[in-house]
Every structure is written in structure tokens, then in C-alpha cells.
Design a protein around this ligand. Structure first.
Ligand code: UD1
Ligand code: CA
Length: 453
């Protein structure tokens, strides 16, 4: 589209129903603040200029909204007098002169480029105002779209609506495109004579019509437009986001056995032919390459899993976990800030942190890298083709060479050269026949107690 556009994003609203110590738009969906989701959609639709209207937590909201590819100017709305007033707070930016002014809300994070472009297209088609509406089974709280003969005649807020109007299920998403040439004049005409005593942006519809202009409503899916006023709605939005993303991920070639139990982060990258078993949670910053399997009940965050690697069941990969091709991290293992070489195996009940593990090395059950001395973190370096016996404690900093063998139950405090055997445990003693004597003595004690009682 060759028309110029300013996106005005409203994020100064009332957070009281969130009952939160932070601004509503900072609440995360899929691990990313709502406001950043909106900004990503704006950027993806090809809009570069944004006027962000902020109130509470202004600095944090501006920071969360500053994403690559957007030029964002912030405007502080000190008094929260309504959506119409909020848009006018960005007067200076609007006055720069754009073909389209696109208003979107920071608390509707499911938005995609589709409806943004549809609203602008409606302006290009000769309308002065285009409102994106959605049909819903839960219209409560939304403004209702009043349409006659294909024209939008008014938007009625819930509090001002008659019973008949409340029965309407076509709702205002809040997303609105306004003719840039007319915007400032129209906005200046909004009054506050309504049930809430606010300057309603939605009044623009009746205003533009009274001046002989034309308004239209364009339909879009609810799953892209739902707004958030409280934490129950936040959970609904999270659910809708997760459903949409899982669907996309599966269509891109990822298998999920029980997708409804898998939780993705906003930036989770899963390559083709990855298999995700039930009840897996992805925190931010995870990449899983083709053919890897994430078994049930695993939790991954800030981790990279190379192709053919397997994780879990019940594994935890924390930030900096980097699994090489075909590596295995099995049940009840935790890996943090560690390179796990190709084909290395960490199969059971193990903690590996601040470590490097070479290719094809085997880490026995119950191995712990003791990386923390109570003050500082230290590194453990294990070469390739090494074998760490079960239940060993590797006290960092420590280096274990290629092909070395650590005997089971060892506490390793000194470096182990390549191909050496290290034993760090009490030497075993065997006393022939001693077990019998002990058993006989114990039986005698038991008999004595019985006769005495
Ligand atoms: C608004 C719409 C309603 C629509 C609904 C969709 C109006 C009058 N009503 O109602 O038709 O169905 O959104 O979710 O526009 N904001 C400010 N400053 C303000 C007031 C609001 O920045 O002074 C921002 C809020 O941060 C929020 C957005 O505008 O992002 C919507 O405000 P909110 O108070 O939630 O409006 P609703 O009553 O939900
Ligand atoms: Ca709202």
C-alpha cells in the first residue's frame, strides 16, 4: 500500500480490574508483554511510525513497545479521560500529516496484520472511518456495532446501550482506521456526555456521518481481536494465542500428541519433524532442530536442542543449555549453561551446570557438577568419550580429559588427565564371614528383649 500511515496505540488505560501492581499492557502473553505483541503486528503489516499513548509505568511500557523496525514516539496521557481523549494526546504526531491514522489498543494482543490492513483498505476504498468488528458469544463489555444498509451508523457502549442494542453480538474491537486528513477535526468534536463521562473514540462514527462522511465496519475473527480487562480475560487470550500458535507450528511439520497440553513461548522455534510429547512447557528462547524429540513433562527455557537429540521425560533445560546432535538428556535431569556434545548421554537424575561435555561422553546416573561454592560459580570441563560413573560429584573448577574414566561414587576435586582412571571414594573392605556373626548377635538381642518383656 502506498498510503502513509501512523499507528496510534492506546496503552494508558485503566488497569484497576487487573488488580495489579503493573500496567495492564505489561502483562505477558506467551512470555511477551501484550503491548509488544501489538507492536509486532503493526511492524509486520508494514507500518513504520507509531504514536504510543502511555499512562502508568510510562517508561516500562515505552521500553516494552520499542521493537525493531518501528519508530515509536511516546505521548503521556496524564488524565485518563477516555479513548477519544487518548488519541488526541498524540495530536502532534497526527498533525504531521498521514493518509491513514490507525488506532489499536495495547490490551488486544492477538491482533495480526490482516485486520490492520483490512481497516486501511476500507479507507483506500473511500470511507472516512473503518472499524474492525468481530462476532462473539461473550459481547458483555464491548461496544456494539449498529449497522444499517451496510453502513456503520453508530457504536453503542455497553453502559449506554438499550436492551435491544445489548442483544447485538457484533462488537467493536477498538481497531479503527481514520482518514488522516480529517482526523484532528473529527477528534476535536468528541464530547463526554455519556454514562461514563468519557471522551469516546467510538463517537467518531456518528460525528463523521453528521458531516456527510461515511463509516464502515469490517468483520474479523474474534480470536484476533479479544481485549483484556481482567486476569480471567488474560487467561482466555493466552489460550487463544496458544491454540493459534500450536496450529501454525503443527502445520509447519511439528508433531504434537496432545497439543492442548503444550505451552509455547512467543519466540519458540521448532523445526520440521520435531516431536513434542504431552505436557511440555517452553519458556522464552528455545530452538529445537529437526528430528529432535521432547518427551513428556519437560520444561525448556533459553535452550538449543540440535537435530536428533532427545529430552526427557521430566527433564529441565535452563538458559544456556546447548545440546549437540543426537545428545540425550533423560528423566529427572537438569542442565543449565552447558554445552552437551554430539551423542553425549545424561540419562538419569543428574545436574549439569556451567559445564562443557565432549562428544559421546556418558554421564552416569546421579552425577552432580558442584558448580557453586556459595559465592561464585565455577566450570566443569569434560572431554570427549569420557565415562563418569554413577553418583559422582564433580567439584568445579575441574577438568576431566578425553576418554577418562571416573569411578562410580567419586568426589572429584582434582583434574583428571585424558585416558586416566580416577577413584575418589573410600576403598572397599571385605570381611569374610562377618555378616553371619553380626546377624547372630542381632538375633540374640531380639530374643533377650522378647523374654524380658
Ligand atoms: C473500548 C471501546 C469499546 C470496545 C472495546 C474493545 C470506547 C469508548 N470503547 O471499551 O467500544 O468494544 O474497547 O476492547 O472506545 N485507553 C487509554 N486512555 C484512556 C482510555 C483508554 O489509553 O483514557 C486505552 C486502554 O489502555 C485500552 C484501550 O484504550 O488499551 C481501551 O480502553 P478500555 O478502557 O479498556 O475501553 P473499553 O471500555 O474496554
Ligand atoms: Ca477494554
Amino acid at each position: 500500500m502506498s498510503r502513509t500511515c501512523l499507528a496510534v496505540i492506546l496503552a494508558a488505560g485503566d488497569s484497576t480490574r487487573m488488580k495489579s501492581s503493573m500496567s495492564k499492557v505489561l502483562h505477558p502473553v506467551a512470555g511477551l508483554p501484550m503491548i509488544a505483541h501489538v507492536m509486532k503486528a503493526v511492524a509486520a503489516s508494514g507500518i513504520g511510525d507509531v504514536a504510543l499513548v502511555v499512562g502508568r509505568d510510562a517508561e516500562k511500557v515505552s521500553a516494552a513497545a520499542s521493537i525493531d523496525g518501528l519508530s515509536v514516539g511516546s505521548f503521556v496521557q496524564t488524565e485518563r479521560l477516555g479513548t477519544g481523549h487518548a488519541v488526541l494526546t498524540a495530536r502532534e504526531a497526527i498533525a504531521r500529516g498521514y493518509d491513514d491514522i490507525l488506532v489499536a489498543y495495547g490490551d488486544a494482543p492477538l491482533i495480526t496484520p490482516g485486520p490492520l490492513m483490512a481497516a486501511r483498505q476500507a479507507l483506500a476504498d473511500g470511507n472516512d472511518i473503518a472499524v474492525i468488528g468481530f462476532h462473539t458469544e461473550r459481547p458483555t463489555g464491548y461496544g456494539r456495532l449498529l449497522v444499517e444498509n451496510g453502513e456503520l451508523v453508530a457504536i453503542r457502549e455497553e453502559k449506554d446501550a438499550s436492551e435491544a442494542e445489548r442483544a447485538i453480538t457484533w462488537c467493536n474491537s477498538g481497531l479503527m482506521a481514520i482518514s488522516g486528513a480529517k482526523a484532528l477535526d473529527l477528534l476535536a468534536r468528541i464530547g463526554n456526555a455519556n454514562a461514563k463521562g468519557e471522551y469516546y473514540l467510538t463517537d467518531l462514527v456518528e460525528i463523521v456521518r453528521s458531516l456527510g462522511g461515511r463509516a464502515v465496519a469490517v468483520d474479523a475473527p474474534e480470536a484476533e481481536l479479544a481485549g483484556c480487562n481482567n486476569r480471567a480475560e488474560l487467561a482466555v487470550i493466552e489460550k487463544l494465542w496458544q491454540e493459534r500458535r500450536r496450529h501454525e507450528v503443527m502445520l509447519s511439520g511439528v508433531s504434537m500428541i496432545a497439543p492442548e497440553t503444550v505451552f509455547l513461548a512467543h519466540d519458540t522455534v521448532l523445526h520440521q519433524d520435531v516431536l513434542i510429547e504431552p505436557n511440555v512447557v517452553f519458556g522464552p528462547g528455545v530452538v529445537v532442530e529437526s528430528g529432535a524429540v521432547i518427551h513428556a513433562f519437560s520444561h525448556l527455557e533459553g535452550a538449543h536442542v540440535a537435530s536428533g537429540a532427545t529430552v526427557g521425560p521430566f527433564a529441565r533445560l535452563r538458559p544456556g543449555a546447548n545440546l549437540g546432535e543426537g545428545a540425550k538428556v533423560g528423566n529427572f535431569c537438569e542442565v543449565k549453561k552447558a554445552e552437551i556434545g554430539p551423542g553425549a548421554k545424561i540419562n538419569h537424575l543428574t545436574y549439569i551446570g556451567d559445564a562443557f561435555i565432549g562428544a559421546e561422553t556418558n554421564i552416569g546416573a546421579g552425577t552432580i557438577t558442584c558448580n557453586y561454592d556459595g559465592v561464585n560459580k565455577h566450570e566443569t570441563h569434560i572431554g570427549a568419550h569420557a565415562f563418569i560413573g554413577s553418583n559422582s560429584a564433580l567439584v568445579a573448577p575441574v577438568t576431566i580429559g578425553d576418554g577418562a574414566l571416573v569411578a562410580s561414587g567419586s568426589v572429584i576435586t582434582e583434574d583428571v588427565p585424558a585416558h586416566a582412571l580416577a577413584l575418589g571414594r573410600a576403598r572397599q573392605e571385605v570381611k569374610p564371614e562377618r555378616a553371619k556373626a553380626i546377624r547372630e548377635r542381632n538375633l540374640a538381642i531380639k530374643a533377650m528383649k522378647k523374654s524380658g518383656s
